[in-house]
Design a protein around this ligand. Structure first.
Ligand code: FCB
Length: 460
């Protein structure tokens, strides 16, 4: 039977604001998501991450669940405003926050689970947003982000060997500053390019610091996680073939090309023109080559047609209905939930060919349609999610064993049902059902499936 090599890591991913709760407890300062959730109409069910899955209090239960699922690794993110409540380099740190993450890390390690730690999964301290506009101010945000990263390396670097600087900067910039559907809710056609540029710089300077001062002693690796859905031309017309390439450049190349190759993609430059900031030579030297691996979040594939009004994707139109009326795959709760394993295999091949870096799939998962309306026992029989994971895991195994793509790890999204941003609690991505009234956790059938599948497909 085909198998991953013995050092292949697999597990589940989560993010601070989506699971921690205790948002106003333990000395944590507010983040832009706490503020955004209070704006009327922004969150589908009017909820917030104030309590979420209460994981600050229940972290030992979460680790026990991970252990029961036979995982080798766990990816979680640190809340910046739990570490430094106001966020800035001259602001006080929060000892309770540091103690919490240290306990979590020690609990993971005691259970033989390797931590993968994300520094920034969208929860910017509100203090920095108020003080200077957060991601919009290059000088300030780069310094404050690097200071925050340094605090994390100092506090946890002896326990963590796998660091991820940002989660999905496309979402930070486009959904937060262009479409306004995520925090901080701005709608602009210049800001997203400034924010994205500054996020790349903050990432790069944190990596520089880690490589110079921590890696030689701590011996870990550090990189960034980008998101992309595989882009399939709607038909074989030359304009739709070109549109699919443009879709990849607008979603992924705009970050991956500077970081791995040292320049912005031509297709992006052509459309964004002088709204695209430039790197100084000194900055470029820091940005180029600033990721030890390729962190990939991917959920589905999209059929792409040229034309449309959406600049976030370069004026293309995406969907999942083929010209003959059939769907790309089983459809779930959101437009990013459509089961299409062949697209995943193509994307992995594309990334390896284009960027030549080992790949970690840092998120991949599926929300079953209407699961939030089901009874608990109905929700636990999540056959569409099993179809998804079985298809994606096998596609990845083929990419590794047949195509020679070096995928080194895989994290299902998510360990738990949790606060799904603008969808509130109305989309459930967990392999564990969370009854929010009691905070009781119930493993779904997909959790049982993956706990067997990965050990069986990984050599001893
Ligand atoms: C990704 C996010 C993650 C989760 C999934 C469903 O874009 O990184 O936090 O919300 O989507």
């Amino acid at each position: 039977m085909a198998q991953f090599p013995s050092d292949f890591d697999w597990g589940f991913a989560t993010a601070s604001y989506q699971i921690e709760g205790s948002a106003s407890l333990g000395g944590r300062g507010p983040s832009i998501w706490d503020t955004f959730c209070k704006l009327p109409g922004k969150i589908r069910d009017g909820s917030s991450g104030e309590v979420a899955t209460d994981s600050v209090r229940l972290y030992k239960e979460d680790v026990a669940l991970l252990k029961s699922y036979n995982v080798k690794a766990y990816r979680f993110s640190i809340s910046w405003s739990r570490m430094i409540p106001l966020g800035g380099r001259d602001d006080p740190v929060n000892p309770e926050g540091i103690a919490f993450y240290r306990s979590l890390l020690e609990e993971l390690l005691r259970n033989g689970i390797t931590p993968y730690v994300t520094l920034y999964h969208w929860d910017l301290p509100q203090g920095l947003h108020d003080r200077y506009g957060g991601w919009l101010d290059k000088e300030e945000i780069v310094k404050d982000y690097v200071n925050y990263a340094k605090l994390c390396f100092d506090s946890f670097g002896h326990l963590v060997k796998n660091w991820i600087t940002h989660n999905e900067p496309w979402v930070i910039s486009c959904l937060g500053y262009q479409k306004g559907v995520f925090a901080p809710g701005h709608e602009s056609n210049t800001e997203p390019w400034i924010v994205a540029h500054n996020a790349i710089l903050a990432h790069a300077y944190a990596v520089k610091l880690y490589r110079e001062q921590y890696k030689p002693v701590q011996g870990g690796q550090i990189g960034i996680t980008l998101d992309c859905h595989w882009q399939i031309p709607y038909d074989d017309s030359p304009e739709n073939i070109e549109a699919a390439k443009k879709g990849i450049d607008f979603k992924l190349g705009r970050f991956a090309d500077p970081i791995y190759k040292g320049y912005y993609p031509e297709r992006v430059k052509k459309i964004i023109d002088d709204r695209l900031p430039e790197f100084t030579e000194e900055e470029l030297a820091v940005v180029k080559g600033s990721s030890d691996f390729f962190g990939l979040n991917t959920y589905t594939s999209q059929l792409v047609q040229e034309g449309g009004t959406d600049e976030t994707n370069g004026y293309i139109t995406v969907g999942h209905t083929r010209p003959d009326g059939t769907q790309l795959g089983t459809v779930g709760a959101k437009n990013i939930c459509v089961v299409n394993p062949p697209g995943f295999r193509s994307l992995l091949n594309y990334l390896w060919k284009t960027y030549q870096k080992p790949i970690y799939v840092t998120e991949n998962g599926f929300a079953v349609k209407d699961e939030h309306k089901m009874t608990i026992s109905e929700a636990l029989r999540d056959k569409d999610r099993i179809e998804y994971f079985e298809g994606y895991a096998n596609a990845m195994l083929q990419a590794v064993t047949e195509d020679g793509v070096p995928v080194k790890g895989y994290f299902g999204w998510s360990l738990l049902d949790n606060f799904e941003w603008a969808d509130g609690y109305e989309a459930r991505f967990g392999v564990t059902y969370v009854d929010y009234a009691t905070q009781k956790r119930y493993p779904k059938e997909s959790a049982q499936f993956l706990s067997k599948w990965f050990p069986e497909h990984t050599s001893a």
